[in-house]
Write a protein that binds this ligand. Structure first.
Ligand code: ADP
Length: 296
């Protein structure tokens, strides 16, 4: 595993080696929400935790974050139980899907407030998330997207080993979402990032690994590139009529839609069409290979 190049906390401890969940069940009172989840994560990367609403993603994050006590099983960071070790919990940070910062403080004062408690550098965060213009605004006066940026800023006050981010790009406009994803992609070269989403497209864009949760159970854990799909649908837009060149295709919303068994076929189709005189303006994948996970 790659050595980490920096730590700004007390300097104690080593590079994180693993997050290990063993038969973890947890919930609220008698309502068990996640059931016997076992996972072993040993490489810095982005792990997208994907699942429909209500699947148990937030509950899983709260359990890993040491907020909820597992009703059975254990969550260990480098062999130390996260629920019982304050030291181990200092190595992680959790971004809730609810934005929660002190409403009446200015952005800078709120960041400074947390930096004073948890350690870290509020100035650095203003630059990292492009928050200088919002510095003196009250948190309560910000838009949803701005609030999200500030909340994300909070998790970057201090260096951590494991970042638990619950839907970090919900309610954020596409430009900011992209900025946030770029920061996280860079971060994940050295750090462990768990990123929950219910968006299939986002999962493919950002994730290296996929953890699929459904009805509180772990359904899949592997590299996203190993997700197999049965068929791909590809839409082709052309300035001229290509219906005769693609007799099998159906015209849908201006796209000639063809079904292929492998993405490799797409290059051949495009090549053949261009050779035959098609004036192509767009080719796009219409289905997401993760789609089938969401089907009953
Ligand atoms: P997701 O993040 O995948 O949308 P959650 O973990 O938030 O899923 O929710 C899973 C289930 O747990 C839901 O049925 C929800 O009603 C229940 N749940 C979530 N939070 C609480 C809570 N604080 N108290 C009781 N039940 C809860």
């Amino acid at each position: 595993m790659k050595a980490h190049s920096y730590r700004v906390d007390e300097g104690e401890g080593d590079t994180m080696q693993s997050l290990e969940l063993t038969e973890v069940s947890a919930g609220y009172g008698r309502n068990e929400v996640i059931h016997g989840i076992s996972l072993s994560i040993i490489e810095p990367s982005i792990y997208v935790v994907l699942g429909p609403n209500g699947a148990g993603k937030t509950t899983l994050f709260r359990t890993i974050g040491g907020i909820l006590k597992p009703s059975s099983g254990q969550v260990k960071l480098d062999d130390v139980d996260l629920f019982y070790s304050k030291e181990a919990r200092k190595r992680i940070t959790y971004l809730s899907h609810l934005n929660a910062l002190p409403e009446e403080m200015t952005v800078f004062n709120a960041l400074k407030y947390y930096a004073d408690i948890e350690g870290g550098d509020a100035e650095h965060v203003l630059d990292l998330l492009n928050l200088r213009d919002l510095k003196d605004k009250k948190y309560t006066s910000l838009s949803q997207g701005q609030k999200k940026r500030v909340s994300i800023g909070k998790i970057f006050l201090r260096d951590r080993d494991l970042y638990l981010l619950d839907e970090p790009t919900s309610n954020v406009d596409p430009k900011i979402s992209k900025e946030i994803r770029d920061i996280l992609i860079k971060l994940s070269k050295e750090k462990f990032v768990l990123y929950s989403s219910h968006n299939l497209y986002e999962a493919r864009e950002i994730g290296t690994y996929l953890i699929l949760i459904k009805n509180g159970e772990l359904k899949f854990f592997d590299k996203i590139e190993n997700v197999k799909t049965k068929q791909y649908r590809v839409g082709v837009k052309s300035l001229n009529d290509i219906s005769k060149l693609l007799p099998e295709s159906k015209l849908d919303n201006g796209y000639y839609v063809v079904t292929v068994d492998s993405p490799k076929m797409v290059a051949k189709i495009i090549n053949d069409l261009v050779q035959a005189g098609a004036e192509l303006v767009e080719v796009r994948e219409l289905d997401n290979p993760l789609q089938e996970f969401f089907e009953e």
